[in-house]
Design a binder for this molecule. Structure first.
Ligand code: PMT
Length: 395
C-alpha cells in the first residue's frame, strides 16, 4: 500500500509526523509533498526522515535541476491524503488551479484523494468553504470532517484536524487495508523486563520494544483489538485499537498476561523476559563495602510456556527465539517445549543485531513443519510478514 500525504500550511501540520509514523509502522509506503508555506509549520527534514523518502515541494529542484514529476507521483500513489487541507487549497482544488506541485499531483491522481480540512471556526462555517467541500465530494473526493475543540486562535468549535489515530483509521477503513484480523483479540508482549536488585539497580537487557510495538500496530491496522503488555520502553503507540499495559518485571508481565489470556484469540510473545530474578531484592541501596558481591537468583515463570499450556483448542501462541548457537535446533526445542504454534527465530549474522535496531531478519518455524525466512527489513515490514504468516496458522 502506498500513500502520498500532501501537507498544506495549517498549524495542525504538527500532527502529521505522528500520522506518518503510524502508516510506516503498519507497513505502508509513505511519500510526502508539502506546499512551500507548509515548511513554516513543520520541517521537511522531519517529514523526510519519518517517511524515509525525499519530500516534494517545488516542481523542480533549482540546485540539481531535477524535476519532481507530478505524473509519476499521481501514478505511484494508491491514495492521496491532503492533511491538513487549508481553505486556500480546497478552493484551488475546486477551481482546477495548478500553481504548486501538490495541486498538479491532485489533478494527476489515478486513484482516490482524501482531504482532511482544518481551519478556524468562522472560516470553516463560511458558505464558500462549505460550497467548495460539497463540490469536492461531488468530484469523488472523500472528506474527513474536522473535529470540534480547541483551535489555535483560542476559539473553540468545529475546524480542528482530527487526531492522527482517527485519520489513520479513516484512511485504512476507506482503503479496506486488509481487515483480516477484525473481531480478533490479540495479546502482544514487548520490550525487556527489569528485575530489581535493590531500589536503584536491576538486571535487564537491551530490548527496546520496537519489534513488539510494530507487531501490535500491524495487528491493529488489520482490525484486531490488541492488548500490548510491555516492559520499560520509551515507545508509545497512538493506535486506538491498542490497549497498552506497562509493566516492569517478569512477574508483573506474567500477572498481566494471566489476567487477559482467557479473552484472547492469539498471543505473540516478543518480550525479552529475564529468565532469572534476584531472590531477595534489597530494600535499601546496596553499599559497596565488600570486594565481591553475589546475588542469588531464582527462575522467573515462563510466560509463553504458561500460555501454551493453558490455551484452548482455538487459541494460538507464537513465540520468539534469540539464540547465539545451534539457533535452529534450540528454536525448534522451544517451539515444542513451550507448546507454541510457531516460533520466530532472530537470524543473527555478522554485524546484524536485533536488539534495539530498526531492522531485523527472522525465520519462522511452525508446528506443521513449515518455515519461512523474512530477509533483513524494517521491523514494521518484518511485523507485516509475521502477521501474514499467522493468518495461515489460524486456518
Ligand atoms: O525489542 P527490540 O529491541 O525490537 O528487540 C526485539 C527482540 C530481539 C527482543 C525480539 O525480536 C525477540 O527475539 N524477543 C524474544 C527474546 C527472548 O527472550 O528470547 P528467548 O529465546 O530467551 O525466549 C523464547 C520465548 O519465550 C520468547 O517468546 C520469550 O518472550 C518467551 N519467554 C522467555 C522467558 C520467560 N521467562 N518468559 C517468556 O515468555
Amino acid at each position: 500500500m502506498r500513500i502520498l500525504i500532501g501537507i498544506t500550511a495549517g498549524i495542525a501540520a504538527y500532527k502529521i509526523p505522528l500520522l506518518i509514523r503510524m502508516f510506516i509502522n503498519a507497513g505502508v509506503e509513505v511519500r510526502c509533498i508539502m506546499t512551500s508555506d507548509a515548511k513554516d509549520f513543520v520541517s521537511p527534514l522531519v517529514i523526510s526522515t519519518l517517511s524515509k523518502n525525499p519530500v516534494g515541494i517545488a516542481f523542480w529542484n533549482k540546485e540539481t535541476g531535477e524535476w519532481n514529476n507530478h505524473v509519476e507521483y499521481g501514478e505511484w500513489a494508491d491514495v492521496l491524503l491532503i492533511a491538513p487541507c487549508t481553505a486556500n487549497t480546497l478552493s484551488k482544488m475546486v477551481s482546477g488551479a495548478c500553481d504548486n506541485l501538490l495541486l498538479a499531483v491532485y489533478l494527476s491522481m489515478r486513484n482516490k484523494t482524501i482531504v482532511s480540512p482544518a481551519m478556524d471556526l468562522e472560516m470553516y462555517q463560511h458558505p464558500t468553504v462549505k460550497r467548495n467541500i460539497s463540490v469536492l465530494i461531488a468530484d469523488g473526493v472523500h472528506v474527513i470532517p474536522p473535529d470540534h475543540g480547541e483551535l489555535a486562535s483560542g476559539l473553540s468549535g468545529e475546524g480542528r484536524l482530527p487526531e492522527p489515530a482517527f485519520i489513520f483509521e479513516e484512511v485504512v477503513k476507506y482503503l479496506s487495508l486488509g481487515q483480516d484480523f477484525l473481531n480478533t483479540q490479540v495479546l502482544v508482549t514487548a520490550g525487556p523486563t527489569y528485575e530489581a536488585i535493590d531500589p536503584v539497580r536491576f538486571i535487564g537487557n537491551h530490548a527496546s520494544g520496537k519489534m513488539g510495538f510494530a507487531l501490535a500496530e500491524n495487528f491493529a491496522a488489520r482490525g484486531a483489538s490488541v492488548t500490548l503488555i510491555t516492559g520499560p520502553t520509551v515507545l508509545r503507540t497512538e493506535h486506538k485499537r491498542v490497549q497498552t499495559i506497562h509493566v516492569t518485571s517478569a512477574a508483573e508481565m506474567f500477572e498481566a498476561v494471566q489476567r487477559h489470556w482467557l479473552d484472547m484469540d492469539l498471543g505473540v510473545f516478543s518480550a525479552a523476559v529475564a529468565d532469572y530474578r534476584p531472590i531477595h531484592p534489597a530494600e535499601e541501596k546496596i553499599k559497596k563495602t565488600n570486594e565481591a558481591l553475589s546475588i542469588e537468583l531464582i527462575k522467573n515463570p515462563d510466560i509463553l510456556a504458561w500460555a501454551g499450556k493453558h490455551k484452548t483448542a482455538t487459541q494460538r501462541t507464537i513465540g520468539f527465539a534469540l539464540e547465539t548457537n545451534n539457533a535452529v535446533e534450540n528454536a525448534m526445542e522451544k517451539l515444542s517445549r513451550k507448546h507454541a504454534d510457531a516460533i520466530v527465530l532472530n537470524v543473527i549474522e555478522e554485524n546484524e543485531k536485533c536488539f534495539n535496531s530498526d531492522t531485523n531478519k527472522v525465520r519462522i518455524f511452525d508446528v506443521n513443519g513449515l518455515s519461512l525466512e523474512l530477509p533483513t527489513a524494517s521491523k514494521a515490514k518484518i511485523a507485516q510478514g509475521i502477521v501474514d504468516y499467522i493468518t495461515r496458522i489460524r486456518l
